[in-house]
Design a protein around this ligand. Structure first.
Ligand SMILES: Cc1ncc(COP(=O)(O)O)c(C=O)c1O
Length: 234
């Protein structure tokens, strides 16, 4: 939020992780930022843009309702109006979805979950491929004291080494749980974007990986890269 100025307006997904809503509603509004909350998976994002709009903030799939927004489509709108597109990519992790490649400017992740992987550290990531944003964020982190300690950084690096195999197993389990839940008469709805009847299924297939079958290409790529590195050292 430190990238913006009082009076700036953001178009924000309405179904977000509760902490993000708390930040926007209870901290940022007080600092005179303005927000329009809407369901970015099927409401008119372009129509919500105002003269003072500076960014679009989405999460896909959303926590908790699993709404899926089309990242490339929203990135197109952001580019047209010179806005930043910020994507919270926590739920899929970089293993299954890469918003920067789909046109986002800033991607955020909770490092506490899949990236850390062991429930022993709290962390967050802010990722960008834009040099100017990178310098501004680096300055802010250095100045406000949001940098991660060396030990937590080490814990995260350790966790990321097993990200691939953990994500493969998680998606394998998830599709089985979703299929089982669907068969239970007491369950009214199953919200899982890997099910063909989910409204976001086709977009998920286009912009993310996982959920259909075990993705053998990704681990194979990681193993090949590791072997190449080891060969380089030897
Ligand atoms: C989508 C999403 N983003 C961010 C967070 C924040 O994570 P942390 O616990 O690392 O602050 C959460 C936590 O549940 C989340 O679900």
């Amino acid at each position: 939020m430190e990238l913006f100025e009082p009076g700036d307006h953001l178009v924000v997904e309405s179904d977000l992780y509760g902490g993000s809503i708390r930040l926007f509603d209870n901290v940022s509004k007080k600092n005179h930022y303005e927000f329009t909350f809407l369901d970015c998976s099927n409401e008119d994002v372009e129509g919500a843009i105002r003269e003072n709009t500076k960014a679009i903030y989405i999460e896909t799939p959303t926590n908790p309702m699993m709404n899926v927004s089309d990242i490339s489509y929203i990135a197109g709108i952001a580019k047209k109006y010179h806005l930043l597109l910020i994507v919270d990519n926590t739920f899929l992790s970089p293993y299954f979805q890469n918003p920067l490649e789909l046109g986002a400017d800033i991607v955020i992740h909770s490092g506490t979950k899949f990236l850390g992987g062991h429930n022993d550290t709290l962390a967050g990531f802010v990722v960008t491929n834009n040099e100017e944003i990178k310098e501004r964020l680096r300055f802010l982190i250095k100045t406000t004291g949001a940098g991660l300690s060396p030990f937590d950084s080490w814990l995260l690096l350790r966790g990321i080494k097993t990200l691939g195999i953990r994500m493969e197993k998680s998606q394998e389990n998830a599709i089985q749980i979703a299929a089982w839940l669907k068969q239970q008469s007491c369950v009214k709805n199953v919200y899982y974007p890997g099910l063909p009847e989910h409204p976001g299924y086709e977009i998920m297939k286009k912009q993310a990986r996982g959920f259909q079958r075990i993705n053998v290409a990704a681990p194979r790529k990681i193993i090949t890269e590791c072997l190449e590195r080891i060969r380089g050292i030897l």
